[in-house]
Write a protein of this length. Structure first.
Length: 204
């Protein structure tokens, strides 16, 4: 995912598309339907479409998207049911959008128009604001970082650090006062988070 964000963010023209209903566009084979069936107090349900939470669903969906966009890696990259189209020129971008839509049409896949952004200089994609050579965390991620104000257990600190792996450059700046991440985690059992981990007072 990090490589996708890095590659897309360098382009001056970016289009993002979100497939309609995700997995539910993918039909299940009769054999797969049998294994996906489940029993409820109201009867036995046998799905005809791929459902969320099937163990193999992400794998097969990503495999399908890779097949649909095969050979277009220079200007179109999928991440599960999201697609980013990126180009250096306006005419190329229009052409690239047409090619991708043609591939989706041929595969019988539909996009959700309300979640599509066409030919933008900056878009929100995979939790980042990217485009025209810039890249930054979305406002939601910033607000999440600023909302930590409670006394936290070690597991909570680890979860916070894990979320920061999405934006390693920003995390490095926050940890500039510490030599290692382990130094923070070791003293985090009784730690009150403020605006950044670098300003976190540690009590032993």
């Amino acid at each position: 995912m990090e490589e996708i964000v890095e590659k897309v963010s360098a382009a001056p023209y970016v289009t993002v598309m979100d497939l309609l209903k995700g997995y539910f566009q993918i039909p299940l084979t009769p054999r797969a339907q049998r294994y996906a069936a489940f029993v409820t107090p109201f009867g036995t349900y046998i799905p005809k479409k791929m459902m969320f939470r099937l163990v193999c669903a992400p794998y097969y969906f990503c495999k399908l998207m890779a097949q649909v966009l095969e050979g277009l890696e220079q200007f179109a990259l999928p991440y599960i049911d999201d697609i980013a189209i990126f180009s250096q020129g306006w005419k190329d971008h229009v052409k690239h959008i047409d090619i991708v839509l043609g591939r989706l049409r041929k595969a019988g896949l539909k996009v959700k128009p309300s979640k599509c952004k066409f030919a933008q200089e900056e878009v929100l994609f995979l939790g980042h604001r990217i485009g025209s050579g810039s890249r930054s965390p979305s406002d939601l991620k910033d607000n999440t970082r600023l909302s930590f104000g409670c006394t936290c257990q070690l597991g909570f600190i680890i979860a916070y650090l894990a979320s920061g792996l999405w934006v390693p450059v920003r995390l490095d700046k926050q940890l500039s006062d510490h030599s290692t991440v382990d130094e923070i985690a070791s003293g985090a059992a009784d730690c009150r988070l403020t605006y950044t981990m670098a300003n976190c007072p540690q009590r032993r």
